[in-house]
Design a protein around this ligand. Sequence first.
Ligand code: ATP
Ligand code: MG
Length: 286
Amino acid sequence: MMSLRAPAQPATGIAPASERPILALTDVHKRFGSLHVLKGVSLTVERGEVVVIIGASGSGKSTLLRCINRLEECDSGTIVINGDEITHRRANLPAIRRRIGMVFQQFNLFPHMTALENVEEGPRTVLGMDRRRARELALEQLNKVGLAYKAHSRPSTLSGGQQQRVAIARGLAMSPMLMLFDEVTSALDPELVGEVLSVMKDLADGGMTMVVVTHEMSFAERVADRVIFLDEGLILEEGGPAKIFQRAENERTRQFLRQIHWEADGAGSAPPSNEPNRKVSGAESH
Ligand SMILES: Nc1ncnc2c1ncn2[C@@H]1O[C@H](COP(=O)(O)OP(=O)(O)OP(=O)(O)O)[C@@H](O)[C@H]1O
Ligand SMILES: [Mg+2]
């Protein structure tokens, strides 16, 4: 895959917008009481990059994503989105959240609204778009996730995979510069995982900048530009998927991959089919 990284910028001088990293974390710390969850995370994500974060339960993956759109406040360090420091006291929170789409394990759709209404709600209420434009935009996004034909269905009548795709369409409708995904397939029945990963792969192929927390290692292997292993609140190792999955330098990384029964293609046996390492299958056809 071609490199999507912009050239490094000098420490002084303002980089042109097109060359700024979309996301830059510097020495981010987060504590919950005496629990030190993030212990100095520094990370830069370039425009168009897909970064997959892996790590054991409790290592701080969700906390890290939540700090990025300020659902959590970090205690120290800085987070800069496209040149603006969002950790600043006077940062404009609504403006920050408009730029970042986040999709969670639980779909968080409004149950009383149709798929279309769920997707057009943000553009209408947050961006102040008129009803007709918002509707057109929402349909376009539903089409992107293969669900235009379910536009008038309520979430309760959709499968988990379909609901999650509506949630992705809802995020996309805000034209975010960055999408965050937190284990978006973990609550799905195995047969529904592929259709959601397939939508995410399409997004990545379309150039969306994405930070993805997932246990779907086969997805990471195929889609990630960079894989980050978070261990007890620190980035212990990062690199391309081939390096992390086949030639991890750190014993803890290798141990984690062994624990989740993941061995990359060609490096060992295939994972059992009911383990969280399924191969990406195509979206449903209709
Ligand atoms: N609001 C909170 N208050 C107190 N402790 C919290 C809070 N949120 C998370 N923690 C703790 O912080 C640690 C990191 O949690 P986090 O949810 O970031 O882990 P994770 O890597 O996402 O784990 P998982 O893979 O299970 O989702 C855990 O020990 C968790 O119990
Ligand atoms: Mg989590």
